[in-house]
Design a protein around this ligand. Sequence first.
Ligand code: HEC
Length: 178
Amino acid sequence: MRQRVKAVAADKKPFQSDTERFILLGLLCVAALWTINRVFAPIDTGDARPDPPAVETASDVIPANVPLATGRESIDKIFVQSGCTVCHTIPGIRVAKGREGPPLELGTNARKRLADPAYRGHAATEWEYVQESILHPGAYVVAGYPDHVMPRWYGRKLSAAALEKMIRYLLRIEAVGE
Ligand code: HEC
């Protein structure tokens, strides 16, 4: 009896039974799927989003590129991430070399703007003038510079603390002369 069973087993060709064919097919499918997965994995980056572009030119200064400043950042970081540096030269901030707007020397110039007979804004103090210039740039347009270039949405991107930090910094900057 034992011998007969052995003989049958030896006689049997591989993959003849349905079960064996089924298993083989399954293994082939797994191998095929694994290969496809490996070949396409590097192309399919899934949901990974690239970092938001840094604000490097005046046209990059759009709300989508400017994060909300909380006021806990360093003063350099607030000016850079808000895009002020691409349009303004700001003494003491190394990368701030922009020329679209006037150099920010409010320690000297805030007083001059308020004294300008053409001034029609609502600020009564130098502090208020700087705040108004950032939040409502159209209230007074510095002579020789274009209106509607400075963004009008900074009220949405600067917390009260960030705004205060900027104003305090800007009012300390005296003009050193050309
Ligand atoms: C896309 C260019 C641009 C960006 C970005 C920009 N500004 Fe201006 N800014 C200007 C221009 C142009 C003027 C002059 C016209 C005017 O008065 O609106 C100006 C004027 C000002 C003034 C008045 C200066 C003075 O001498 O009276 C202040 C203050 C100022 N900007 C601060 C900022 C700060 C702070 C930021 C960032 C939070 C900033 N600006 C971002 C273009 C820009």
